[in-house]
Unconditional design. Structure first.
Length: 259
């Protein structure tokens, strides 16, 4: 199916999709509005891959970020929408990549997940997003060296991307899992130079704590808690611990983040 078909011939649905894509973010409000717009586009055109893909990702992000009131139903709806996208167009690279990561994160089926993300980058080797999602999938599967190589490829493909903070942070977490703490500090600081995100502060705090740089770790924790004052390690592990290296979780505890 060609790109125009995937994006819908209905101009109203297409406009809603563009607005939904523009609002994709890590903020709860931005994600909710993106989901609302994509869902409206699907009401107009139920076979629009361009709408089903961000809608599915929004549901899964709600779970990853702790925003879901009913995680089970959000996960089920996220999978349904991404599978819908692939039923319409089996070569929809982004939907395939997102489904691969979700399969690793929420189903723990790493073999199937790796097959999906590997197929996605084979279909579009120049997609930075496909390489990013491959990176996270391999990180979930515990293949941290391969995850880092994939992050490096991703960053080379799109060195000025607005999502760089997420990519440097993901790399930093993989480096912590390998015990390469100095490199993890460098990766987290690169992420923070791009944007001050809670994820990057967490990564930096954990790496500093493992290095015994306690004063710097405490300062980083204070900066993190200004952004996310309600964070608790136990709650975060309950919803996402399956895909985080134990070394990273240990670093958060050493840094003094609230349990």
């Amino acid at each position: 199916m060609n790109l125009a078909a995937r994006r819908s011939n209905n101009l109203s649905a297409y406009d809603l999709c563009l607005r939904a894509q523009h609002l994709q973010s890590w903020s709860r409000g931005g994600s909710a509005e993106s989901l609302r717009l994509a869902s409206r586009a699907l009401e107009i055109d139920p076979w629009c891959v361009f709408a089903a893909t961000p809608a599915g990702e929004c549901h899964l992000r709600n779970v990853r970020q702790g925003w879901a009131d009913d995680p089970k139903s959000e996960i089920a709806e996220g999978f349904r929408l991404l599978r819908l996208a692939l039923s319409i167009d089996g070569s929809a690279t982004l939907a395939l990549s997102m489904l691969g990561r979700a399969t690793a994160a929420f189903a723990g089926d790493f073999d199937t997940a790796r097959e999906m993300v590997d197929r996605a980058v084979a279909l579009n080797a120049n997609s930075a997003f496909a390489w990013e999602l491959r990176s996270f999938t391999y990180e979930l599967a515990g293949q941290l060296e391969e995850a880092i190589r994939s992050f490096e490829r991703d960053i080379r493909l799109s060195p000025f991307d607005p999502w760089l903070p997420r990519r440097f942070t993901g790399m930093g977490i993989a480096l912590i899992g390998l015990g390469r703490f100095d490199e993890a500090v460098a990766a987290a600081k690169k992420a923070l130079r791009e944007k001050h995100t809670s994820q990057a502060y967490r990564c930096l705090a954990a790496a500093l704590a493992h290095l015994g740089r306690d004063a710097e770790a405490r300062k980083t924790v204070a900066q993190f808690l200004e952004i996310d004052p309600d964070f608790r390690i136990s709650e975060w592990v309950a919803r996402s611990g399956q895909w985080r290296a134990q070394m990273f979780i240990d670093g958060l505890r050493k840094a003094g983040l609230p349990e």
